[in-house]
Design a protein around this ligand. Sequence first.
Ligand code: NAG
Ligand code: NAG
Length: 404
Amino acid sequence: MEGRGSLRVRGSKTTKKPEDFPLSGVNESNMRLPMRCLAHNRRVLVLVVVLGLVCLAIVSLPLFETESSVQLDWHVDPAHKQSVHQYIHKVLEGECQPGSARQSLLARLPPSSQITQPFLWKDVPLPDDLFLFSPPFGFRGLQDKLKDLLSLLPDSDSVSKLGQASNKCQRCVVVGNGGILRGLELGPLINQYDIIIRLNSGPLGEFSTDVGNRTSIRMSYPEGTPLAWVDTDTDTLFVAVVYKSVDISWTSAMINKLAVPLWEWLFFWQKVPNQIPLEPHRFRLLNPQVIRETALDLLKYPPPRPRLWGWDQNVPTLGVSALNLASLLCDEVSLAGFGYNLSHQGAPLHYYDHLTMSAMQQQKMHNVDRETELLQSLIKAGTITDLTGGIHCSFCPSLSTRGI
Ligand SMILES: *[C@@H]1O[C@H](CO)[C@@H](O)[C@H](O)[C@H]1NC(C)=O
Ligand SMILES: *[C@@H]1O[C@H](CO)[C@@H](O)[C@H](O)[C@H]1NC(C)=O
């Protein structure tokens, strides 16, 4: 919050005095401006140059990655594919254990941090410590914006609660966007899950053979949301994840079918969609405690500290946060498409594009090693299952013949 506030103040200062820029016009008289004026403007100038470079980097990065990556020649070992299919059949045919995922997770959590609600509602009291931290860990200083957003959402009892409505033991699968899904043709098996959680823009359509075509939940933040909506499932819920305060405005605009205020576009680091074709009752707001619990209690990151730009490496990826959400909604939780093998540089990063693992090494926001350790220990303990074996392969003959 602080960072954004000061950014805005400084930004307006620079726009008020465009004529003060000594380098804005390249002519002789400008070169002879008094030193006093140069010193006065240096801070503003440095800020503008830095902002310019940051924008340039943000704009050019995805383009650069897409263009420089070669067409992937990726093929799946048929024996590996067969063992993945067999393993998923085994998971689906096993006896579903009610409440098992959450119970097993709770054993790792301090009693103080128990979350009761996966989503926030206007008619359910908000958690006491919700306003302790800034997004994505809380809504510090954002009481009014939050209230406005919640007023647009349905009442908690007017919608059927995912999973909890039925007495049937619910199996969830969190479908990651990992390239490990490519060519495994798991679509029909993924479709058999009771609740299918997808992340960000993970597409379906031509990829349905690999990832299925049902979506119970699409969980995303503005920049991650598909520019053109991809879900054809009439039951899909959009779960909004708030990483910064404009994400609240954007979510409100999407529910209201209104345009995002122009100046707020400045705060998105990538193009965001200007509409989501779902009725208001299909929107949910993720309880930020789900992310906070993932970061502080599961990943054991230190409590967040305010910074001018960006975060410490203490923001969990959406995938691990989705796993924690799934434990609140479902009885059993499986992962598919998780796992980055960073040492396998030529492997596909996503199931849907041509990026390779090397692109992942450029990101600095998430601590991938810590997340991998957590997931491995959850899989080994039987809390969750890893259907594609990219984190920990419990069905592979041996590590040396894993084929990923
Ligand atoms: C998924 O594909 C199956 C088979 O093509 C089709 O019957 C079903 O309607 C599709 N479901 C959705 C949600 O698109
Ligand atoms: C990652 O990829 C490298 C290179 O292909 C391979 O040697 C290694 O076994 C892989 N590691 C895992 C954990 O799969």
